[in-house]
Design a protein around this ligand. Structure first.
Ligand SMILES: [Zn+2]
Length: 247
């Protein structure tokens, strides 16, 4: 039993061999990676995925995506997205209102895990490029899972930020409602992915700021917020055993 974690599905269209996508909940404590993984991060990743090599980045709200292969170690480098096709690699990013984005090439070419807040929005396009260059991934074979993030209900921003966001990612990416301009990370990322040819995009229905199960920079505040850890492992991992156990 993994209390303190939720498993994020890939939508209603069942995908039995989809990568395991998990997110720690606020009750798990602070799972930050920066400047280096908290002790509990290493304990939990070793407990959940004992045979995998945990790879993480020093996240800086960029659109930088790195590839992690079997022999190299991207761990600890600066960047906000990771792609891999190595079955031994466990990808991790930490979030607190920013969106964890999971990509999976159903034709077998790899998977990606991205940290995508407003500054880094557009990183999904960079990940698709790197998956194509590295593994020959085709967008029509890729499925995307947009994990829990702050939603437009809670994401009021200055008008200037909303305007530039809408200019880059379309008018649905920023909305004026209840007296404030608000960003919509789901709309922005969906637009990016669809424009690149990705057919299957699923957004997990939760707002990290509204829902106290999650950690939230906005709700918890600058001085006291905690981070959640998103993990992406290949489907052959513990996830499959878990499914069999529930039958
Ligand atoms: Zn909300």
């Amino acid at each position: 039993m993994n209390r303190g974690w939720i498993s994020l599905g890939w939508g209603e269209d069942r995908a039995p061999n989809a990568p395991t996508a998990m997110l720690s909940l606020a009750c798990q404590g602070d799972m930050r990676l920066k400047p280096r993984p908290a002790a509990i991060v290493l304990e939990e990743t070793a407990r959940l995925f004992p045979s995998r090599r945990f790879v993480w980045l020093r996240q800086e709200h960029t659109r930088v995506v790195l590839r992690s292969g079997a022999g190299d170690a991207a761990a600890g480098l600066a960047g906000d997205g990771l792609v891999t096709d190595d079955p031994q690699t466990l990808l991790g990013v930490s979030v607190a209102d920013c969106m964890p984005v999971f990509l999976w090439d159903t034709a077998g070419g790899g998977r990606a895990l991205l940290h995508s807040g407003w500054k880094g929005t557009g990183i999904a396009r960079e990940a698709l490029k790197l998956m194509k260059a590295s593994y020959g991934s085709r967008p029509e074979n890729i499925r995307a899972l947009l994990g829990p993030s702050i939603r437009s209900c809670c994401y009021a921003v200055p008008q200037e930020r909303a305007r530039s966001f809408a200019e880059e990612f379309g008018e649905d990416a920023a909305v004026f409602r209840d007296g404030a301009w608000r960003l919509d990370l789901v709309a922005a990322n969906t637009k990016i992915l669809k424009a690149e040819g990705v057919l299957g995009v699923f957004a997990y229905p939760a707002c990290t700021c509204c829902d106290a199960r999650f950690s939230s920079y906005r709700r918890q505040g600058k001085g006291g917020y905690t981070c959640m850890l998103a993990l992406c492992a290949p489907w052959q991992a513990e996830g499959r055993r878990g499914r069999h156990n529930t039958i």
